[in-house]
Design a protein around this ligand. Structure first.
Ligand code: ZN
Length: 270
């Protein structure tokens, strides 16, 4: 396979390119050919360089706040020059509220300053050589897990007060819990009652009291996704999927990597 060719450019007037150099090196470490245009390039210079160098993708970095005008300008000039098929990725110091504006302006993807270079490299590989897609977003929230002392004490609120219907109750012996699923439209509430004081749910209640315990996202290709997360440095509680309720395959992401939330990945049984 030919090496992926990437143009890294810094439009605008800010004079710092440490970030762009770090990104260039990280992409080279991933086997890509990186052309770095240097500082203070105009959108036209960037587009001309991209066409001349026959790159597969353009990465624009901005720290100056000029991304709102300069990024869309690059996209526009590419189309004018008949090179609109070269995807443009943006990064740098970009306020999250500007992301949808940039996407609407034709920028393919925006990485905020908190994103890892690993995530960027994997994204570019997937974009240029699609195939093992691990980038489909979760299709829905599979369920929200709630730790409770007693299902019997809890079910009246969900069933009688809220009027939800109980789908099923089952024991998950490996976790020493009894779980009840209640359907809410496309998603579910999962009530978890500890069956022993050694259960992780018993420990959770002891430390924090009853309450929201985890959020489960419905995804596909759980193994690929776990491998990708691991490569990105995401801390996983389960590096391999394990058997969950309903013949599903599940794995947990550590809350330290998910900003305080215990995240469950859940692939429905086949
Ligand atoms: Zn769960």
């Amino acid at each position: 396979m030919n090496k992926i060719r990437v143009l890294i450019a810094k439009p605008g007037l800010d004079g710092h390119d440490r970030g762009a150099l770090v990104i260039s090196q990280a992409l080279r470490d991933h086997g890509m050919e990186v052309i770095y245009t240097g500082l203070r390039q105009s959108p036209l210079q960037i587009v001309q360089a991209a066409i001349q160098e026959d790159v597969d993708v353009i990465g624009l970095s901005s720290l100056s706040g000029a991304h709102r005008t300069l990024f869309p300008k690059v996209v526009e000039l590419l189309e004018e020059k008949g090179a609109g098929d070269i995807p443009v990725i943006g990064g740098g110091v970009i306020p999250s509220e500007d992301i949808s504006f940039l996407i609407d302006s034709g920028v393919k993807k925006v990485f905020t300053s908190g994103a890892s270079t690993e995530a960027l490299a994997l994204y570019i590989k997937e974009l240029i050589h699609p195939g093992k897609s691990t980038y489909d977003p979760p299709s829905k929230i599979a369920h929200i897990g709630i730790a409770v002392q007693s299902l019997d004490q809890t079910l009246p609120f969900y069933m009688d007060t809220l009027g939800l219907s109980l789908e099923k109750v089952e024991e998950v012996t490996s976790e020493e819990v009894k779980v009840a699923f209640l359907k809410v439209g496309e998603t579910r509430i999962e009530l978890l009652e500890p069956l022993a004081s050694t259960s992780p749910i018993a420990k959770f209640i002891e430390n924090k009291g009853e309450g929201v315990h985890h959020i489960a996202f419905e995804i596909d290709r759980i193994e690929d996704r776990l491998a990708k997360m691991k490569a990105e440095g995401i801390q996983l509680i389960n590096e391999e999927p394990k058997e969950g309720a309903n013949n599903s395959q599940v794995a947990f992401v550590h809350p330290t990597s998910a900003h305080g939330v215990l995240v469950e990945l859940c692939e429905e049984g086949k």
